[in-house]
Design a protein around this ligand. Sequence first.
Ligand SMILES: Cc1cc2nc3c(=O)[nH]c(=O)nc-3n(C[C@H](O)[C@H](O)[C@H](O)COP(=O)(O)OP(=O)(O)OC[C@H]3O[C@@H](n4cnc5c(N)ncnc54)[C@H](O)[C@@H]3O)c2cc1C
Length: 281
Amino acid sequence: MFNISYFAPAKLSEALEYLYEHKEAKVLAGGTDLIAKWKKIGHPDMELLDIRNIENFAEISEGKDGLFIGAGAKMAAVQYNSAVNEKFPILAWAASVVGSVQVRNLATIGGNICNAAPSADTVTPLIVYGAEAVIVSKKGERRCLVKDFFTGPGKTVLQSGELLKGFVLPYPEKGSKAAFSKHGRRIGMDLATVGVAVNACVDGGKIKDVKVALGAVGPTPIYVTGLEKFAGAMANEAAAEEIAALAEKQAKPITDVRGTEEYRKDMVYENVRKCLKKAFA
Ligand SMILES: Cc1cc2nc3c(=O)[nH]c(=O)nc-3n(C[C@H](O)[C@H](O)[C@H](O)COP(=O)(O)OP(=O)(O)OC[C@H]3O[C@@H](n4cnc5c(N)ncnc54)[C@H](O)[C@@H]3O)c2cc1C
């Protein structure tokens, strides 16, 4: 037998009050990660805060500064939302390759990030789009770039009493083009062996800005650093190869059932190169 205390408020303020008073409470969104883990560790007693009824928690809305995506938005909603598809197409694409139809109808984008798996599909697009995570607690609201959200495998910057409310994605600059790759043994119902997202802004054939993020090749998702030096360089095959080599160097993969360290490094190079070629085209 196990004991679960369960609270499913309709108001954000009630949820934050509950989290403040129940420091050990677990947040339940779609439950696709949380419940699987709970079963794996032998059904311990737990206090559960169900956030699915909170008003506006799944909203996706266009604002002046960017698109807001609520943490409770399901993968299927992100996949089919017209604003996401029009302005942030690789995020819609990434949501569309999470698990299966059944998983995407339960799993939320907030849960994908808070679970902090290095292979989480929607993380790399959020990073290269410069998304900010909006974090709330009884004390107020703060923001953190998604690239800085992860502190270790399964660990994030979220403190006790804090809830992820959603993301703000600044609208892409004119001339920006993004590309995404989920490299694996198969697309559906498997985690990525290597995940890549790139976002490049090209003006007159020259790189204005380029961002690259990697998944499944380190203890946390990786934001490739040192790309500022490519500003002003020609957006061509040579630049794509140089950036891909830099990404490969920063990848820190392990060997597991999905691939060896060496294979994953090779695939980082190849997928970054291919994605950049698309983004530069
Ligand atoms: C069969 C199967 C296939 C899968 N395939 C993929 C895949 O291909 N790609 C992929 O990326 N993932 C995959 N997953 C993992 C999972 O579906 C995703 O990570 C999903 O997005 C998690 O969202 P959720 O709403 O179910 O989170 P939950 O399980 O409810 O929560 C996950 C964690 O985040 C915390 N949390 C959730 N929301 C918040 C919030 N708003 N604030 C603070 N903490 C919060 C929870 O407390 C928990 O620790 C798969 C899972 C299954 C079961």
